[in-house]
Design a protein around this ligand. Structure first.
Ligand SMILES: Cc1cc2nc3c(=O)[nH]c(=O)nc-3n(C[C@H](O)[C@H](O)[C@H](O)COP(=O)(O)OP(=O)(O)OC[C@H]3O[C@@H](n4cnc5c(N)ncnc54)[C@H](O)[C@@H]3O)c2cc1C
Ligand code: SF4
Ligand code: SF4
Length: 486
């Protein structure tokens, strides 16, 4: 079984990346120059003040120990589940009580030297020893379990939680308190990726409030879930912004989403890495438009789905077809490839999605596909070849690394032979033997006349990003470019 938690690229501001220098300067340098420990005083005051307005924002964006966990230790951390014990409130409060007791008793001891240089040196040493303790214990639990294990019982985290509660009671957080916000919860893929990448191992998607906000005092506002959400629905926003985002986000393509039971009718091998799955259902109210995707339930606890573009849909037979590429270390595809068998009952949700719903009033349309991103275009091209629309010409530009990786090749060739509206253009990146177009999809697009075309793309993010950049440089208006990452 693949790992549940994913090591993912964190977003590093210069502060997040290099603040650990402060940690090592104080914790180690302070052993020779104890006065350095006094630098911890403004840190404690700073985090307490910031927490009044923004909860544990400091932990995820400013904290020097946090920077050490994320920037230095992350590559070598165990990336395992943080044991419940470390997450318990009792441990957090006990640690806070112990920390406060030690600090106050040591302070009383050195206070007899008040007014002398020795007093400041000894006071500094108190903070240096605390800082060193956090560095050592925090590093051990980080390497043994997960990078931010320490942050679950850190006394500074507890101070921030108290301060945040106080700020809320004073009602001063309304504008400043930015929480993880979902544009619309009905657009969530229930894939659990936010919980798999969260350094605090929280589950935002399970706990959105009525205002679509994730109300957790342990959230360190690091935005890791925001940049990793495949639905692109997450932001860090205050309550007013959350309401505005929600009212500005159209439910189009998601309003007919529904959960329905199916039976896995067929599993067909497409190539060495890809299988086709055909699900049969009985529900009469399943509404589908070519270009949409479906969610496939992969497990119950925690309940989790994976999104797959619908490559075939038969309304009479009541079947929906998807093609799934097995990912190296992939958690969901591991379950689908190893545990799914013909005859199994599988819960589906959808169909949904609006990014690849084709504007059938357009005159010319171009589809750009890379790798497994071809799947939605199989259904879209079939629909446009078989049914009338205002579209006069549509072209599929399909990129693959090697010639033998093209999927549904015969189908697309047949469509282009039978329809004079449809052009099928293949491009191969790494195959010297290939006699057609060589290079990337962008090498084909740059030579096309795309004025007044609507362009729809699906593929790996580097492909869609590179193609989008090229198209914008070719003066194609952004409203004419839509894409989905697969
Ligand atoms: C709208 C939409 C449509 C889609 N359509 C299709 C489709 O038609 N066909 C298709 O095959 N896919 C499609 N996808 C992708 C699909 O939803 C899944 O993301 C994909 O199957 C991988 O799921 P997984 O759980 O196996 O991978 P995950 O476990 O989520 O892994 C994702 C990536 O992270 C890497 N990874 C995982 N664990 C670790 C680790 N511990 N350390 C380092 N790296 C790690 C994996 O190698 C993989 O590259 C679509 C996605 C969307 C959003
Ligand atoms: S919920 Fe998101 S922002 Fe909050 S700690 Fe987890 S990943 Fe960071
Ligand atoms: S789509 Fe996935 S990552 Fe995004 S909020 Fe929903 S469950 Fe989390």
């Amino acid at each position: 079984m693949s790992d549940f938690y994913i090591k993912t690229n964190r977003i590093f501001t210069p502060l997040r990346k290099y603040a650990w220098i402060f940690t090592l300067t104080v914790a180690i340098g302070g052993l020779w120059f104890p006065i350095l420990g006094l630098l911890v005083i403004p840190v404690i005051l700073g985090l307490t003040f910031v927490a009044l307005f923004k909860g544990r924002y400091w932990c995820g964006n400013i904290c020097a120990h946090g920077s050490m966990f994320d920037s230095l230790l992350y590559p070598i951390t165990g990336n395992k589940k943080i044991p419940k014990f470390f997450k318990s409130k009792i441990l957090g409060l006990s640690f806070f009580a112990l920390f406060s007791f030690k600090l106050i008793s040591k302070f009383i001891l050195v206070s007899s030297k008040w007014g002398t240089m020795v007093f400041w040196q000894k006071l500094g040493l108190i903070f240096v020893s605390s800082y060193l303790m956090v560095t050592v214990v925090g590093s051990i639990v980080s390497i043994a379990f997960s990078s931010r294990t320490w942050c679950n019982f850190c006394p500074m985290g507890t101070i921030q939680k108290f301060s945040y509660k106080f700020g809320k009671a004073l009602r001063i957080t309304k504008k400043t308190d930015e929480k993880i916000t979902a544009a619309r919860t009905d657009m969530c893929h229930s894939c659990g990726k936010c919980s798999r990448v969260c350094p605090m191992q929280l589950s935002p998607h399970d706990a959105f409030s009525e205002d679509n906000q994730f109300d957790s005092e342990n959230c360190i506002r690091c935005s890791t879930c925001v940049v990793n959400c495949p639905a692109g629905i997450l932001t860090l926003s205050n309550l007013d912004e959350a309401k505005e985002i929600n009212s500005n986000t159209s439910p189009k393509g998601y309003d007919t989403r529904k959960a329905f039971m199916s039976t896995l009718k067929e599993i067909n091998k497409i190539n060495n890495t890809t299988n086709e799955y055909v699900f049969k259902f009985t529900d009469e109210d399943v509404v589908y438009e070519p270009g949409q995707f479906i969610l496939v339930k992969i497990q119950d606890k925690p309940e989790m789905y994976r999104a797959y573009s619908i490559s075939g849909f038969d309304n009479e037979e009541k079947t929906v077809t998807i093609d799934v590429k097995k990912m190296d270390k992939g958690y969901g595809t591991g379950i689908i490839f190893n545990n799914f068998n013909e005859g199994d009952d599988i819960m589906l949700q959808g169909p949904m999605g609006h990014e690849l719903l084709i504007d059938k009033t357009a005159k010319e349309v171009v589809f750009v596909a890379g790798g497994i991103g071809i799947t939605p275009f199989r259904a879209i091209v079939k629909d446009l070849v078989e049914n009338d629309s205002a579209i006069k010409k549509f072209t599929l530009v399909y990129g693959a690394n090697k010639e033998n990786e093209f999927m549904f090749d015969d189908e697309f060739k047949n469509y282009s032979d039978s329809s004079d509206k449809f052009d099928y253009v293949k491009v191969v990146a790494f195959d010297d033997e290939y006699e057609g177009h060589k290079g990337f999809v962008t090498d084909v697009l740059k030579d096309m006349d795309l004025v007044d075309n609507k362009i729809y793309m699906c593929g790996p993010p580097p492909m869609t990003k590179a193609a989008e950049k090229l198209l914008l440089n070719m003066n194609i208006p952004s409203v004419d470019i839509s894409y989905e990452s697969a």
